[in-house]
Design a protein around this ligand. Structure first.
Ligand code: SF4
Length: 372
């Protein structure tokens, strides 16, 4: 599903955190001003190299992490390097992930100056006791102040993250978190179920954590979907909700099998039909290590797997246009069985998962792929 003339997204990984959260296995190193400076120079060199290698315009830029706000003033030369080495759409979406903190004016000012026009804020919970368990460095008050400051500075497109399935969580804590997030009026909300990953503090302590079982996690997810939909958020992707017109343009590229370039250790790319990534090695990236080939992408399996994450689901006409053949009848028949179980809904040109279907998306996708 690649089109060599279309716009691509650019992902820049900022691998620094001031403290490691108890549940996180994202690639990040401990922050020091000196390493950030060296890393910024390496990233700019990489931007210059790729700008010369691929002649593709960019319409979304996403700074993820780690904690991109730790870039502070370094964000200005970084975005400016992107603008001078690539053709950027005038209406490009430029997102930066940030963590709430006590004095957000400082880095938000630099972000605004650099041209960032969308913020993704790691709020995670509306309960201070849960934030402590998660090992977050902020409080609910910090989250509220950070959003207020961002609004004052003119940010009009803000996303907030919330986590489900937390240790010791009960329904009233979850309701409190959802009410808190809604009260902040973000345009977009991402909701993630806590997964216990290896190499995290939670993994070592998992037997001591009172984690909700799968049934309770499912109840929490369905409750969250209902609450957010009731407050005018469209459930447009398994874990994402937005006010009309505020879906993440960058992340939608991933789910639509569109192309993107990812720079920085652990960043993945999909360009000209090839998937490749930079290893999780900060020192190696600073030295100029090359990315590693992963696989060829964009086939029918990927189309099914990714498009079913979205509420727009699978489109039979898009499938035919992309792969030059009709959507397989056997696959449709299997989807009709899921429809009977309330896990899939059909529409004129395709089908999509229901909220209940999204809970078991992996097994539905695997069974549909078997029919290809
Ligand atoms: S959750 Fe975010 S802030 Fe916490 S360690 Fe992971 S990347 Fe860093």
């Amino acid at each position: 599903m690649t089109n060599k003339n279309s716009h691509i997204g650019l992902y820049l990984h900022i691998p620094f955190c001031s403290k490691k959260c108890a549940y996180c296995d994202f690639y990040s190193a401990f922050y020091s001003e000196d390493t950030v400076k060296k890393y910024t120079s390496a990233l700019i060199k990489s931007i210059e190299k790729w700008g010369g290698l691929i002649n593709r315009p960019i319409d979304t830029i996403y700074l993820g992490g780690g904690t991109p706000s730790l870039l502070k003033e370094n964000i200005i030369p970084l975005i400016s390097a992107v603008k001078s080495n690539f053709v950027i759409s005038p209406d490009a979406e430029i997102t930066m992930e940030i963590n709430p903190c006590k004095e957000p004016e400082y880095f938000l000012g630099f972000a605004k100056q650099a041209g960032v026009n969308r913020l993704s804020v790691g709020i995670q919970s509306g309960n201070d006791s849960e934030l402590k368990i998660l090992g977050r460095t902020h409080s609910c008050q910090d989250a509220e102040n950070t959003l207020k400051t961002a609004r004052k500075l003119g940010f009009k497109n803000i996303s907030a993250d919330i986590m489900l399935g937390l240790p010791y969580s009960d329904f009233s804590a979850l309701k409190n978190s959802i009410d808190f997030i809604i009260s902040l009026e973000p345009e977009h909300i991402s909701a993630y179920l806590l997964k216990i990953e290896e190499n995290t503090l939670f993994f070592k302590e998992k037997n001591r954590l009172a984690l909700p079982d799968e049934d309770i996690q499912a109840e929490q997810y369905l409750f969250l979907c209902d609450e957010l939909e009731r407050h005018g958020y469209r459930h447009y992707e398994i874990s994402n909700f937005c006010k009309e017109g505020f879906a993440s343009r960058h992340n939608t590229k991933y789910w639509m099998c569109e192309e993107y370039l990812g720079l920085g250790p652990s960043a993945h790319s999909f360009i000209n039909g090839k998937r490749f990534y930079y290893p999780r090695d900060l020192a190696g990236f600073i030295k100029g290590n090359e990315p590693v080939f992963d696989s060829y992408g964009g086939d029918e399996n990927e189309y099914i797997m990714l498009s079913l994450r979205l509420d727009t689901g699978i489109s039979f006409s898009l499938y035919k246009k992309a792969f030059g053949k009709e959507f397989p009848e056997s696959c449709k028949a299997q989807a009709r069985l899921f429809e009977k179980a309330g896990l899939i809904r059909f529409f004129e040109d395709g089908f999509a998962l229901t909220n209940n279907g999204m809970l078991v998306s992996n097994s539905i996708i695997a069974q549909l792929e078997n029919e290809l």
